[in-house]
Design a binder for this molecule. Sequence first.
Ligand SMILES: *Cc1c(COP(=O)(O)O)cnc(C)c1O
Length: 494
Amino acid sequence: MNYISTRDKSIKATAAQAISQGISVEGGLFVPDTFPVLNEKDFAEIAKLDYVGRAKYILKNFLNDFTEEEVDYCVKGAYTGSFDNEQPAPISLVGKNANILELWHGPTCAFKDLALQLLPYLLTTSAKKVSNGKKIVILVATSGDTGKAALEGFCDVEDTEILVFYPSDGVSPMQKLQMDSQKGENVHVCAIKGNFDDAQTGVKKIFTDNSVKKVLEENNMQFSSANSINWGRLAPQIVYYISAYCDMLSRGEDLKDGFNIVVPTGNFGNILAAYYAKKMGVPVNKLICASNANNVLTDFINTGKYDRNRSFFTTISPSMDILISSNLERMLFELSENNDKAVAKMQNDLSESGTFTVSQEIKTKMNELFWGGCCDDKATLETIKELFQEYGYLCDTHTAVAMNVYKQYVETTGDDRATVIASTASPYKFANSVLSAVSDKKSDSEFDTVRLLSEETKTEIPDPIKALENAQVRFKEICEKEDMLESVYKALGI
Ligand SMILES: *Cc1c(COP(=O)(O)O)cnc(C)c1O
């Protein structure tokens, strides 16, 4: 297996090169040129293992230039001791068919931990192989959860510096506090005046600027990415879908007609990982792409036209407030049967005019795989309330978007087969909104809100959220979106 770039498939890389570079030189994204396919025997084997074992079994296929010992070291380091009860991805069965895959039992209470606890190990192991002693500089644009999960993962990791940019008005108070209070000698956090797309575009620009690259080289440094454009972010996400399938099999669930997966989607990374799991042999029927009011993907799936020229909404599910879904590029590469030129053209159209349209053939294929739906904030809150009243299950705002769209899917299609719903954050990360959905009580204090939520719902406050109450704010910088590069140089002491 090699990694190739979505915009020029003649560019080839090993896993270590793809992971340490983050993005290909011409701006394309690295993807494996072939995918391993697992059979029934493999799944039965995987089902017997714990999460560490499952991750090793699956990931060694993708880490083609890692030794067994290296894979073992990385996976054990990531998933031992950092998740509640050593259970990174447990399922809560709600009702008859809804398998809620809880991906928020890690140190920052969002699904990003599943990948970002592992990425620092993958990246430093890769760097040792390919980048001869250069310091790795991680640049992150975040809509809230990636930033904190990356800071936590890379905190005081040797030979790395990490810089996180987040939209100053685009994250929840809890997310902001989580980032601004991050400990570590090698971490830097900066708010920008702009939205997530501005942050992401800014980071991508710094990344691909050759003059900046040269300055870094002169200082014996090299950029990499902890965003889901990095293959090292995506591969770990495939594991939990396969793991969920194995758990359902172990429970004796009859899955011969396949099952559906619903994912609350922003950058298209998490749902893409679910697609890759399907490609590897997991019997997934439909991939259901759930969006909030920023429903650019719903429209794309339904019309074949991607159009980011629209109003941007700040919602109560901020990690999905995105109009440019960067991982869609990898999906387009799949749908066009690895047509790098077509992908390059679509991405070029997108950056020049904000829109592109896929062929009828691609649209048909996309609709066989995906179903798209969206809901607004009001419906999100109603869903939280319904789910809690009916089943006593408390979910966060992002998961609620997924649950709402799942319900729309069942109502529209009548397809009520078993379904996995990716639950992407703890309700306590968005305590204000969640409390308002289930109770009339409220408070202006973030932590009183958290306590009220716990009292009203008889659910437990996660330890990482509790610990934040006494955390010291270290970072207060806000920069113009044009000044991001300056801020990078300052942090690196260049
Ligand atoms: C990042 C995030 C999402 C969106 O995931 P993508 O991989 O960007 O599609 C959804 N929910 C939460 C809580 C997130 O942090």
